[in-house]
Design a protein around this ligand. Sequence first.
Ligand code: 6CS
Length: 352
Amino acid sequence: MRLSTCRLGLLACVLFSLIACSPPAEEPASESAGAAEPEVVTWRFALEEIEGSVQDAYAQEFKRRIETQSDGSIQIEIYPYGSLGTSSQITEMLQSGALELAFASPGHLADAIPEVGVFTLHFVLSDEDAVNRQVLSDPDLHELLQTPYRNQDLHLLAVVQEGWMVWSGDRVLRSPADFEGFKIRTMTSPILVESYQAYGANPTPMPYSEVYSGLQLGQIDGQVNPIFAIEEMSFYEEQDFLTSGRHAQFVTTLAASRPWFDGLDEQTRGMVEEIRSEMVEWIDQEQQDFNARRLDTILDAGGTELVELTEAEREAFREASLGVREVYLEQSGDAGQDILDTLLSLVQEYEN
Ligand code: 6CS
């Protein structure tokens, strides 16, 4: 992601406020009456979601584990969505070292790292959450992604599924024909525009923060996100139907600033790796619980109907989606081919 002049100005303002409001990442040890106080460092962790979200649950638990395991010598400061800027701006802050940790979702990050767009393709993952959890945390897949992350001054720590993507709209979307002329908001990566053009829709990329007003003002007819997000961002209040085709998981990645991560001592890096690995099953259970509870909230409110597609209906979408894999490969080259092949074979391997 290149820093444009206008973004640079915004980044400078946010950097200034981060520096002004937060303790520095490394605070010098203070000395009192001869006894040196233990050194305390602060890591800044930004979310692309608001408080009470799946990413927030992850960050709170990560914070708890890191602070406990470091005996309080590391403190984590969490910045929920809305406090720093859009997903792309948060990624730029991570690249510039203004943040130590952040979530960076492929639906936005593929602008900068086309290879990670693999997670935005439809019908590439398994229908089973447990299989996807294993696939997404597989070391071979992480290794292939690590090079493009590090080339962008990021370090990949975790790939996390947050729930099945569900289409919300003013109509039921049972077949690609129902998408004809449907103005659907997508995340900002161009590959998502291709995905919905393949269904005949009229995709409109925009930041997360603009979706609710876009629905209210009729700029868009619908959007796509996991259930927990559709509830917490109140999108369902503006929508009559939810259509679940289980076409994709919402996948996010936890990334660190590369220079910062490389500068950690070996023991601290090991602690981070261990905690993120121990949290794989924990966060997967959480996201399933979040999505189940939030679906109840939406349905209890009345006014929004959930439609689940049959296998035959899903198949029509699957067929229509296949050509987009070529677009992904054009954007990501040989590295993308390797990543896609590995992903598909891991799904097969863990399903059997
Ligand atoms: O739709 C989006 O832009 C956002 N959706 C979720 C569930 N998390 C973050 C992302 O930016």
